[in-house]
Every structure is written in structure tokens, then in C-alpha cells.
Design a protein around this ligand. Structure first.
Ligand SMILES: Cc1cc2nc3c(=O)[nH]c(=O)nc-3n(C[C@H](O)[C@H](O)[C@H](O)COP(=O)(O)OP(=O)(O)OC[C@H]3O[C@@H](n4cnc5c(N)ncnc54)[C@H](O)[C@@H]3O)c2cc1C
Length: 534
């Protein structure tokens, strides 16, 4: 890329530069170029590949009707291929599921649940938020007319509850905004005072030092005269301002002592929205994440054989054949020219498949995350009415809870469904081993420590453990650096007439965008092969 800029006749214009990038590496390289120059908007790909040239009468069997499978089916069908999708579940969407009234699930521990939430209420027990830069996911929400609304991913009014820290804030719900203001304020005060005495190691000119002090004064809301932090109205008031003389201007809140803030460890959560995949405001489909799956289904549902499980994938010089069994136990064989397989590797490695030892070994080289969620229907939105918390997450260090999230739908309605825990790894495995009623009891006891209204407001629960979910056996693929270096490229390359797609075949693992973009990539490779062979 460096060369591209340097070798032209003088410096190319910015526009010319991106035209060159696009010509060389397609739109994805151009978008990556925009990213590098700070004009970026996220996903490596913003739109599906153009599959020109016709399908040459070829048939493709797509295994799995999650978002990767349905993306592949939609794009191939549009390009003229004969497409057959095989899906083990009775519904499409894969992990893109939403539990609402009547949704049934039996996990591999044998626990059966039917969701009893009131009409209009739901929990996204799989994907629940969309970053603004996941352009591939947003491509289809727009194309399929799936209405979106804001997902509050960060809320200064929400609590942090850490019971393993120390000091007076230990085991006390404190507003995230208070911790944020105080941690920033005191840190800024320290820096400003050091800088004003010339005690910083950084080689700053006198002018830079003055600007730096100005910056930290603003950053920490310090008193510019003595550079002290005494709190800020942004952290809230002890008595809120109002009308007349009483409450009139209100009473400022008193900041926590710096020592207490540090001791609490609550500052751990302040970096929660500073990662690439996490922003303060994200998006969610109105009515539940499965609206994306339903959008796809409106277009490719006619191509899907539901409740049909893949048992064996064979291939030869002329095509592939897939042995399947339907819900009634009837076996049959589907033949095609090519196969796009989106079955998660956690499941696929248990399926008989014509593949080399190296390919099969590569499939074994990734682990899948144990992860679970629980939705708790509350008869009253006490978090809004009594605590003024509208969406966002309550972060906690209670093992097995991790975070409690308040719904970003139905503001000021009567009821709501709270995400009672979102746990990973051994914590998730431990809680998932409990019967559903005990999982709910665990979540309620933990939430009660933060919200006194928790248990009395509870009506019913629905919990889901992805590592105990048939056809998934885990939340998402977790590649080790070694696996990424050795096994991942082998699998991305496919085997013979079999192409693998899904979130596990992307660097956007655990995101719908990863599933969609990997399908785009494999469909493009398959199509290029068909064009070459024609
Ligand atoms: C708890 C959780 C939270 C998440 N949060 C987010 C989020 O906030 N935002 C986001 O964008 N993404 C999120 N994700 C990730 C996102 O859900 C996935 O990356 C994406 O849905 C994966 O799509 P896929 O098509 O690759 O796989 P899947 O959706 O798993 O599709 C695979 C399909 O194959 C089918 N199948 C399996 N075995 C067989 C068989 N033998 N025969 C036939 N069919 C079979 C399955 O039933 C399934 O339909 C989350 C995931 C989880 C679990």
C-alpha cells in the first residue's frame, strides 16, 4: 500500500488513491485504506460481492440456515444458482434467536423451558447489539426493511456493584458516572499539579505544558486556579436543581475520596466502551434480534429444508452428496455441484465428512465459548421509575452474573425483561448446570443486592446456555493465536468442493457481521471457480 502511494506520478489525490485501492483489491481494500487514513467506517466489506457472469446451471447445497447460510443462499439464488439449504432446527436464524411468549427450548442437560413473557416482551439470548460499523449486518437490515432502534450500551446512571474490592464503596451500588467523574477528576488533578511544577518526565515545551494543563483541567473539570478536583455537576447532585428557591439551584454531590475510588476497583468498568466492537450507542432491531433472521427468511425460506439434520458430507470429482435425516427420521441424500457448510465447528467435527486428515485436524483446533444468559420478566420497571436508569448495563464482580442489563425497548411501559446475567467460561458452565428455577433464584439473589425491588417485582424467567444448545455447542469460536496461524487458513481455503463459512471463519468472531462477511467471501470464491471452469 505504501508503494501504491509513492510510485504514482507525484502524490495521488485522495480520491485517486482509493480508486487504485479498489481496482487492486476490490472494495474491501479500499475500505481498509479509508480505515488506515482515519476516514474509516468499520467492516472490511460494506456490500456483497457482485456475482456477474451467470451460474452456469450449477447447484449449491448450503448447510445451516443461520445468518451465514442464509446470506450465502440469498446471494447465490440472486446470481441464478439452484440452491438448497438444510437446517437442523425447525426455524431459521441459528444463533440469531429471540425468546418471546411460547418459545420452547430443551437443552442438552435435559431441561425444557417455554418462555412465558407477556406479549411484546422478549430477551435476545443470543446476539443483541449491532455496532454502527458492522456495515454488512446493517446492509441486510436496510435491504430487508428491519426497523432499528438505539441500544444503550453505556449508561452513566447505571450502577457498578463490586463486592470484591475494598473500602467503603465495596458492596455498594455506585453510579458509573460518579466513578467516572471522580476517577478522571483526581487523575487529572494529579497530572495538572505535576505538570504545573514541571515534574513530568515528558519533554514538553512551556507552551505545550500550558496547553496540557488546560486540557487536563477541562478533562477532569478542575478548578483552574488551584487545579483541584472538588466534584462536578456531571456526576449528579445531592439535591437536584429545580424551581423557585427550594430546591432552587440544588446541592452539589460530594465526590468519593480518591482512595475509596481506587480501593473499590469499580474503575475497571470505565474502559468498557473503549474497544473497537463496543460503542456507547449501538443498534438493535425493534421487537427482537430475530427480526433479521425473519428478514432473510422472507427471501430464502422457500429454499430451506427445516428440521433436517446433516449426517454425512461426501464429495467426488463431479459433485457433493449430503446425507440428511428429517424430523420424522426419514433419511435422504441431496446432491449438488458445491457445498457451503456453515455448521459450527463444534458440531461439524462430529459429522462424517470426506476431508483430508489435515483438514479434520484443523477443525479440532478451536474451542467454543461456554456462555449463558437469563431474561427476568419484572412486573414493574423499577430501574426506570425508582433509579432513573434507562437501558445500559449494571456491571458487577459477582461470579456468574458479570452484568445485568436493562432493556432498551418499551421505555416507561409497565413491565420489562431484564438480562439477569451474561456469563462466560467456567462461571457460565457452573450456573448452567443448575435447573432453570435455580438459575433464576441465583440471578434474583444477586440482583437483590443491587436493586431492593428485584425479587418482589419478578414474574418469570427464561434462561439459555449456548454450550448446552444442540446444533451449536458453544457461543462462538475462540481461536488461539496458534490456531489462527495454522488451522484457520486451512479451513478458510476449504476442501475440494466444500467451502466453510460462518462467524468461525472470520476475525469478527462472535458477531453476526463475521457470519455474513465470511459467507460473502466464500460465495465469491465459489463463483470465481465456476466462472473459470465454464
Ligand atoms: C450469547 C451471544 C451473544 C452474541 N452477541 C452478539 C451481538 O450482540 N451482536 C452480533 O452481531 N453478534 C452476536 N453474537 C454472535 C452471532 O450470534 C453469531 O456470530 C452469528 O449469529 C453466527 O451465525 P452463523 O451463521 O455463523 O452460525 P449459526 O447461527 O450457529 O448457524 C449455523 C446453523 O447450522 C445449523 N446446524 C448445526 N448443525 C447442523 C446439522 N447437523 N445439520 C443441519 N444444520 C445444522 C444450526 O441449527 C444453525 O442454524 C452473539 C452470540 C451469542 C451466542
Amino acid at each position: 500500500m505504501e508503494n501504491l502511494v509513492a510510485t504514482g506520478a507525484g502524490m495521488p489525490t485522495r480520491r485517486r488513491f482509493f480508486e487504485q485501492l479498489a481496482a487492486l483489491g476490490g472494495m474491501s481494500l479500499a475500505v481498509a485504506g479509508l480505515e488506515a487514513l482515519g476516514f474509516g467506517f468499520g467492516s472490511a466489506r460494506a456490500a456483497p460481492p457482485a456475482l456477474g457472469g451467470g451460474a452456469k446451471g450449477k447447484k449449491v447445497v448450503v448447510l445451516g440456515a443461520g445468518l451465514a447460510g442464509m446470506t450465502a443462499a440469498y446471494e447465490l439464488d440472486k446470481a441464478g444458482y439452484a440452491v438448497q439449504v438444510v437446517e437442523a432446527r425447525a426455524f431459521a436464524g441459528g444463533r440469531c434467536q429471540t425468546a418471546r411468549n411460547g418459545f420452547k427450548h430443551t437443552d442438552l442437560a435435559g431441561y425444557s423451558q417455554t418462555c412465558e413473557f407477556d406479549e411484546g416482551h422478549y430477551i435476545n439470548h443470543g446476539p443483541w447489539r449491532i455496532p454502527y460499523h458492522h456495515l454488512s449486518t446493517l446492509h441486510y437490515t436496510k435491504l430487508f426493511g428491519v426497523p432499528l432502534e438505539s441500544f444503550v450500551n453505556d449508561n452513566d446512571a447505571a450502577y457498578v456493584y463490586f463486592e470484591k474490592g475494598a473500602g467503603p464503596l465495596k458492596g455498594k451500588p455506585v453510579r458509573k458516572g460518579e466513578i467516572a467523574a471522580d476517577a478522571r477528576g483526581y487523575t487529572a488533578e494529579l497530572l495538572a499539579k505535576c505538570a504545573s511544577k514541571g515534574n513530568l518526565d515528558a519533554p514538553l515545551s512551556a507552551e505545550d505544558r500550558a496547553l496540557f494543563i488546560d486540557y487536563v483541567v477541562h478533562e477532569g473539570r478542575l478548578n483552574p486556579k488551584d487545579l483541584s478536583y472538588k466534584g462536578t455537576d456531571g456526576r449528579g447532585f445531592a439535591v437536584h436543581p429545580g424551581a423557585g428557591l427550594d430546591p432552587g439551584p440544588g446541592k452539589p454531590s460530594v465526590p468519593y475520596a480518591f482512595r475509596d475510588v481506587l480501593d473499590s476497583r469499580a474503575w475497571y468498568v470505565l474502559s468498557s466502551v473503549t474497544e473497537y466492537e463496543q460503542q456507547r450507542t449501538m443498534l438493535q432491531p425493534v421487537g427482537g434480534m430475530d427480526q433479521i433472521a425473519k428478514g432473510f427468511e422472507r427471501h430464502v425460506g422457500r429454499l430451506i429444508r427445516y428440521s433436517t439434520k446433516v449426517e454425512k458430507i461426501s464429495q467426488g470429482p463431479d459433485g457433493v452428496s449430503v446425507a440428511v435425516r428429517d424430523g420424522a427420521g426419514q433419511p435422504s441424500v441431496i446432491t449438488a455441484d458445491y457445498c457451503i457448510c456453515t455448521i459450527p465447528l463444534s458440531v461439524l467435527r462430529g459429522v462424517e465428512m470426506d476431508a483430508s486428515v489435515g483438514f479434520r485436524d484443523a477443525m479440532a483446533d478451536v474451542s467454543y465459548a461456554p456462555v449463558n444468559k437469563i431474561g427476568l420478566q419484572m412486573k414493574r420497571r423499577f430501574w426506570e421509575e425508582d433509579h432513573a436508569i434507562y437501558g445500559g448495563h449494571v456491571y458487577t464482580d459477582i461470579s456468574g452474573i458479570n452484568s445485568i442489563s436493562l432493556p432498551s425497548y418499551g421505555w416507561q411501559g409497565q413491565k420489562g425483561v431484564v438480562l439477569g446475567y451474561y456469563a462466560f467460561g467456567s462461571d457460565a458452565a457452573r450456573i448452567s448446570a443448575l435447573p432453570p428455577k435455580e438459575r433464576a433464584a441465583f440471578a434474583l439473589a444477586a440482583g437483590q443486592k443491587i436493586f431492593p425491588q428485584y425479587q418482589e417485582s419478578f414474574e418469570n424467567a427464561f434462561s439459555f446456555c449456548w454450550h448446552l444448545a444442540d446444533h451449536n455447542l458453544g457461543g462462538w469460536a475462540e481461536w488461539s493465536p496458534e490456531g489462527r496461524a495454522s488451522a484457520y487458513p486451512v479451513l478458510v481455503g476449504g476442501e475440494g468442493r466444500i467451502y466453510l463459512a460462518g462467524e468461525h471463519m472470520s476475525y469478527l468472531g462472535g458477531w453476526q457481521a463475521g457470519a455474513i462477511e465470511s459467507a460473502w467471501q466464500q460465495v465469491e470464491r465459489l463463483h470465481a471457480r465456476v466462472q473459470q471452469q465454464a
